[in-house]
Design a protein around this ligand. Structure first.
Ligand code: ARG
Length: 596
């Protein structure tokens, strides 16, 4: 649809004083009123007219001048100039574009020179602590923005700012020294946490352990080999678990640069900041008095504590400087929990104070917490629920639902004529559980608190991940059945594809067919908006709309057993829907089972 949006923008540019970009087009909530809408509010001011009159006036100009190409019709709808693409034109262009290439195709992939470098930091869990739901939200969102950004032509650089530094590692060292021999052969994060808890209990009666821990962290800072080895071991244990999780969620990073990565840069940084007078002494500590981007005073940012140690913020200032030096990014986004809003304002404030004009390219995209409906979880504070807790809950629910489905379908003679092996079933359960958790998270507004109710999250019928996966398997199943009936969708060459699309355009006449085609064409628009608003919910909700349109098409239009050309045309439409759905789910980070 982008090309039609461009045509509409070009037509408008011919009659308006300023050129109009395709990106200014909105999609009307009711597509019966048009496929794109150009909002007239701003222009109306310049024209000294009401927006509704401005819209009418612009439509008149367009018609009088004959600027609108035949592919489009134009109408004033309230304060908007709406454009409607002819069904046949839309089907022709879109089916060709969507069905080009193999697999899921590349529809909506940005072609052209790079749109700039975008550094995105997300996930950033803490070593030796369980992966919290608190870290899951930014992981899902960050990974999605990263994938969509790449798809839409940005040079993305993804970074995991692992929490692998700080005084707690001194404690961990002491704990390991005292109780390390109690660790099982293949220790996990939980075992480390246990040691840590044990040490805390011991400190109650032996406060001198606290001093020992402080000394140990100092030794770590000084690269003492013994402490460093223990610290590395803890990172290794943690990364093993984190990596398994990232693999499951298909999350990748260009760099895992933990806080420790910047350690050597901290002293020179502090010296420079002191020399420049950016740091001042306050109660023994060194702080920067900073303001937010509007010049409002913030709580001063401590960068060196009174005992001379550096802190979280010191490492963030160093990290930003390092990353800019390395990438000269056009934008850097930190996807991190909303509780850290002040922290990022302070860090950005320090950078501004240092005269880094690029500080304006930094942004914190805050994520909200979970609120649990489940009684077992709701008693714990949102922060203290681990992803594993949620995973277990969802997995159990999915297993129950799958069992019901399998016995139902066995009673009904089996789906697609084949029973699933236990291994296949386990694989499906895993994928469905991932879909349930990821989709539920991404479909919600990232900045707000989300309510977690396992019954709703894992439902196969509601607006859920499993529902979308199921819609995809239904597309596959029709294509399979077509093949079994001897009318498979052929593997087209590019020439035969274009002939097939030509044939199909003559066949696709029903409203449900055209509506589905057009909704498929909105895919690039929603990818763009996902990036613009930094909200995966834009894409997630679009896929729900797509599946609804597909459902209406499926109800109204029989695919198999029609005249040969009609069946072929509808199969092309099924495959197009399947591709966009698959591509969209892939960008969200949702795996696709072949059957469910
Ligand atoms: N590890 C931190 C935490 O768990 C999150 C890090 C966020 N990123 C950053 N650059 N500070 O709270």
């Amino acid at each position: 649809m982008e090309r039609f949006a461009r045509q509409a923008a070009d037509a408008l540019s011919q009659v308006l004083p300023q050129p109009v970009q395709a990106g200014q087009m909105e999609i009307p909530p009711d597509t019966k009123l048009g496929d794109f809408a150009f909002p007239c509010f701003r222009l109306a001011k310049e024209m000294k007219k009401s927006p509704n009159d401005a819209a009418k006036e612009i439509v008149k100009l367009l018609t009088d001048k004959g600027s609108v190409p035949k592919t489009l019709t134009v109408a004033a709808v309230g304060p908007y100039v709406n454009f409607t693409v002819s069904g046949a034109e839309a089907a022709h262009a879109l089916l060709n574009d969507i069905l080009k290439g193999e697999g899921n195709g590349e529809y909506g992939r940005f072609e052209g020179p790079s749109r700039g470098t975008w550094v995105i930091e997300f996930s950033s869990p803490n070593v030796a602590k369980p992966f919290m739901i608190y870290h899951f939200r930014p992981t899902g969102l960050g990974a999605c923005l990263d994938r969509v950004g790449r798809y839409r032509g940005y040079r993305m650089v993804s970074i995991n700012h692992l929490g692998d530094w700080g005084t707690q590692f001194g404690k961990l060292y002491v704990a390991m020294k005292l109780y390390g021999n109690e660790l099982p052969p293949n220790p996990g994060i939980r075992d480390l946490v246990e040691l840590y808890v044990k040490l805390h209990a011991a400190i109650e009666t032996k406060p001198e352990l606290e001093d020992e821990a402080r000394a140990a962290f100092k030794r770590l800072e000084e690269k003492d080999p013994e402490v460093t080895a223990v610290w590395k071991k803890c990172i290794e244990i943690s990364m093993k678990e984190f990596n398994a999780l990232y693999e499951k969620l298909d999350v990748k990073f260009d760099h895992v640069w933990g806080e420790s990565f910047y350690e050597d840069q901290l002293r020179p940084l502090l010296a420079k900041l002191k020399a420049e007078g950016i740091l001042v002494q306050s109660e023994g500590a060194w702080v920067a008095n900073v303001t937010d981007e509007k010049g409002r005073e913030l709580t001063p940012c401590i960068l060196e504590k009174s005992d001379g140690s550096t802190i979280y913020a010191t490492r963030d200032v160093a990290a930003a400087l390092y990353r800019y030096e390395k990438y000269h990014f056009d934008r850097m986004t930190y996807v991190v929990g909303g509780e850290q809003r002040l922290h990022f304002q302070q860090v950005f404030g320090v950078l501004r104070k240092m005269g880094m004009e690029w500080a304006s390219r930094l942004e914190h995209v805050p994520t909200g917490l979970y609120r649990f409906k489940d009684a077992k979880m709701s008693t714990r504070k949102g922060n203290f629920v681990t992803l594993e807790d949620v995973w277990t809950l969802v997995k159990d629910r999915v297993r129950t639902l799958m069992k019901e489905r399998v016995s139902l379908s066995t009673a009904a003679g089996g789906r697609d004529g084949e029973a699933l092996s236990p291994a296949e079933l386990a694989d499906i359960e895993e994928k469905v559980a991932i879909a349930a958790i990821v989709f539920h998270d991404l479909a919600a507004d990232p900045g707000r608190e989300v309510e977690f109710d396992v019954e709703r999250v894992a439902d196969f019928e509601g607006e859920t991940g499993p529902y979308l996966q199921y819609a995809h398997t239904r597309c596959l199943s029709i294509l399979r059945k077509a093949a079994e009936a001897g009318t498979p969708l052929p593997a087209y060459s590019s020439a035969s594809l274009s002939a097939a699309v030509d044939r199909a355009v003559g066949q696709l006449k029903k409203d449900e067919e055209i509506r589905l085609v057009k909704i498929l064409g909105q895919f690039p628009h929603h990818l763009e908006r996902t990036l613009e608003h930094r909200k995966a919910s834009q894409l997630a909700n679009y896929l729900i709309d797509l599946v609804k349109a597909y459902g209406e098409f499926y109800r109204e239009c029989h695919v198999l057993g029609q005249a040969k050309e009609l069946t072929e045309a509808r199969l092309l439409l099924v495959e197009s829907a399947r591709r966009i759905l698959a591509q969209g789910l892939h960008l969200l980070g949702i795996p696709l089972p072949d059957r469910m």
